[in-house]
Write a protein that binds this ligand. Structure first.
Ligand code: SAM
Length: 278
């Protein structure tokens, strides 16, 4: 069957290169090129952007990004078995696709990218949250990227967009919503992937804000929210004891009742507390 880019269908790519999925690498592949193009479109017009993709695998999303006109794609893939398949895509799009073999946690991609940069990826589940937290907590703001369009397990996606007083609300929601607009833009059932994972997935689109919504030191905010949600059922006066003496007074000064639990407190109050603790 012909494909939009003239390359073989992904099922054939996987067979030709013997890409039997490895669970330890979080390999759940998207084989429907209409779907991967749709995911690429969630990030907006890519024609004037460089795209960073983590974990291209056999290249389904990579082909979607290139078919949607991305100016350049830098893809980082840990599994060396995928590299020959990705080289075939690069040959069809001369000068547009660069593939780095290696662990995305160990590679600084910024030297290979030119602004404006968007990150678009169907992330491996085992390192997805760690990469997101790194992208959300750089030393300098604005970060190197304009937007992040990322596939996660549905539950992780809900943690990113959650509001106070809901089950999924926690550190990830606060770190994401402090300096970004975040929303779930697509939901995918397990059958969309090969092999099918046990859980549903969702695509989250995050757009960076020029300034944080409320002033705070990022490291202090990260520390105080980690400590508060580590024991989310406890009152803040006890879960935050480790933040030093006088925590009850500081909570009150931040307009927080010391007997409240972390999940009742909004971003503005957490930022006020972080300022008092800095
Ligand atoms: N993008 C492809 C797709 O949508 O079909 C594959 C997505 S699959 C969920 C995750 C991919 O990330 C796999 O190809 C896996 O080998 C790769 N991967 C896993 N850990 C990685 C890491 N630390 N750095 C870079 N790639 C990684």
């Amino acid at each position: 069957m012909a494909t939009i880019d003239g390359l073989p269908p992904l099922r054939d790519v996987i067979r030709n290169h013997d890409l039997v999925a490895k669970k330890q690498l979080g390999q759940n592949f998207l084989l429907d090129l209409n779907l991967t193009s749709k995911i690429a479109r969630q990030a907006g017009d890519l024609t004037a952007c460089d795209v960073l993709e983590i974990g291209p695998g056999p290249g389904g999303l990579t082909r979607g990004l290139l078919a949607e006109g991305a100016r350049r794609v830098l893809a980082i893939e840990k599994d060396p078995r995928c590299l020959p398949a990705l080289a075939e895509i690069a040959a069809v799009y001369p000068g547009k696709l660069t593939v780095l073999g290696g662990d995305a946690l160990q590679i600084d991609p910024t030297a290979h990218l030119t602004a404006p940069i968007r990150v678009i990826a169907n992330l491996p589940y085992n390192v997805g949250t760690e990469l997101l937290v790194r992208w959300l907590t750089p030393d300098q703001w604005p970060p190197f990227w304009e937007s992040l369009t990322l596939m996660f397990q549905r539950e992780v996606a809900e943690r990113i967009v959650a509001k106070p007083r809901t089950d999924h609300y926690g550190r990830l929601a606060l770190l994401a919503q402090w300096r970004c607009d975040a929303q779930i833009v697509m939901s995918l059932p397990p059958e969309a992937f090969t092999p099918a994972p046990k859980v549903h997935s969702a695509v989250v689109h995050l757009t960076r804000l020029a300034q944080p919504r409320f002033a705070a030191d990022g490291a202090v905010l990260a520390r105080v929210t980690a400590m508060a949600f580590n024991q989310r059922r406890k009152m803040l006066r006890s879960s935050l004891k480790g933040m030093g003496p006088g925590i009850e007074d500081k909570l009150r000064a931040a307009n927080i009742e010391p007997t409240c639990r972390a999940e009742e407190i909004g971003l503005e109050q957490f930022c006020a507390l972080a300022r008092l603790l800095a």
